[in-house]
Design a protein around this ligand. Structure first.
Ligand code: AMP
Ligand code: MG
Length: 402
């Protein structure tokens, strides 16, 4: 099979991806989720004409010429309205959020009222036009209005708005369950002492964090040796847990111990592709296995995480009902770069602000096993297949990682 260009690989991965089925969850658990249905207001807000200030509810004509003395006939507080009517020459003490009493048509702010007769009377010292400082009923929204659209990210203002509209629960897009399987005879978990030929398995942690940040639930199926039966067993555990997506790590290259593809095929996976024209991370598998999608990431830690940025993140976003746009920016090279071969190269780099915009410094060592350089990188410089050598100062495109 020929190497597949990166963009085509992503297209195939996203083919037929739909937001997962909706679920109802309490509002206080809905932060960061995506609305599966529009939210319609179950009330009008404000429900009544309300004062926006502390002061006095008056008739505008009574204070058209100042100073003007008015009798204070009662009080309207938030949560406790004045039930009478404001007549000529009268005022009602009013506070922010309180219903404006009938008869009154404007609010004289308390800074413009002088107390006389121990607060039983006031003197208006400024005129005030009709309708001042009154929030009309329905200013924010009316009962039955659509206040949030389906597909909306439930960010802090959206959550407060849903609450204000009277919804203690919301229908949101389900969270994808991502099962992660690390493969390799040489792998031991962190915290255990590796044997003479072993290394610590690291990939699952970064991949799980990335998927979790993007809204997935994680089922970590641990480390599986390079053994057909044990790989098959891990896959069936993922399938019986109803994983929406199975991510395998390692074992997808061409070595004699790279058994993941073989096992997946034997289990009936519909293979969409294997191997793409990129570096780091040529071996990459995608396919469908029963109701689940399978993404086989390369074992090298840097390849694993870079491929996850490019392919796993958009896939999770699609299942969550979110759009996904990679953070691609224009920058200037701080150092020369060699001509590229036929694979798109993602070069770990540090991108910083310079006098004319962003400046990208590629790291000199690019080994795909080195997590230290990936941890130092905040971006990847994109080198297109066949790109000629570049000089320092030339423009380049960078994919920001954070
Ligand atoms: P593979 O893709 O299985 O051929 O693995 C490529 C390289 O990545 C080998 O050096 C493996 O030891 C290493 N590797 C595979 N899986 C992991 C993992 N989960 N964590 C860290 N390194 C890994
Ligand atoms: Mg391996």
């Amino acid at each position: 099979m020929a190497l597949l260009p990166v963009d085509e690989a992503l297209e195939r991965i996203l083919e037929g991806v739909e937001p997962l089925a909706a679920e109802k969850i309490p509002l206080d658990a809905a932060a960061g989720r995506i609305l599966a249905a529009p939210v319609e207001a179950r009330c009008t807000q404000p429900p009544f004409d309300a004062s926006a200030m502390d002061g006095y509810a008056v008739r505008a004509t009574d204070v058209a010429a100042v100073p003007a003395e008015l009798a204070v006939i009662g009080e309207s507080a938030a949560g406790r309205r004045f039930s009478g009517t404001v007549g000529h020459g009268e005022a009602v003490r009013i506070f922010t959020g309180a219903p404006v009493p009938s008869g009154a048509d404007t609010i004289l702010i308390q800074e413009n009222a002088r107390l006389v007769a121990e607060g039983r009377r006031i003197e208006a010292v400024e005129t005030v036009a009709e309708g001042c400082h009154i929030r009309r009923a329905g200013l924010d929204f009316f009962d039955g209005a659509t206040v949030l659209d389906a597909g909306r990210l439930l960010d802090p203002p959206a959550l407060s708005l849903a609450a204000a509209a009277g919804h203690p629960e919301l229908a949101v897009v389900g969270r994808p369950l991502v099962a992660i399987i690390a493969t390799g005879d040489e792998l031991v978990p962190p915290g255990t002492t590796p044997g003479p030929d072993q290394i610590v398995a690291s990939n699952s942690f970064g991949i799980a964090a990335l998927a979790g940040q993007d809204g997935a639930d994680i089922l970590n199926l641990g480390i599986v040796p390079d053994d057909r039966a044990m790989i098959a067993d891990a896959l069936s555990r993922a399938l019986s847990a109803d994983a929406d997506l199975i991510v395998t790590l390692g074992g997808v290259s061409v070595g004699a111990h790279d058994l993941v593809r073989e096992v997946l095929t034997a289990q009936g996976m519909e293979l969409a592709f294997w191997r793409i024209a990129m570096r780091p991370g040529k071996p990459l598998i995608f396919g469908r296995l029963q109701g689940s999608r399978v993404l086989g990431l390369p074992g090298n830690p840097v390849s694993s995480l870079v491929c996850a940025h490019l392919f796993l993140r958009p896939l999770i976003a699609g299942l969550c009902g979110r759009s996904f746009a990679p953070d691609l920016r224009a920058a200037e090279l701080a150092a020369p770069m060699k001509a590229n071969d036929e694979r798109r190269d993602y070069v770990r780099a540090r991108v910083e602000n310079g006098p004319r915009g962003l400046v990208a410094t590629p790291f000199t060592v690019q080994d795909s096993s080195m997590l230290t350089t990936l941890a130092d990188a905040n971006a990847l410089i994109l080198r297109e297949p066949g790109a000629r050598a570049s000089e320092a100062g030339e423009p380049c495109q960078v994919l920001m990682l954070r």
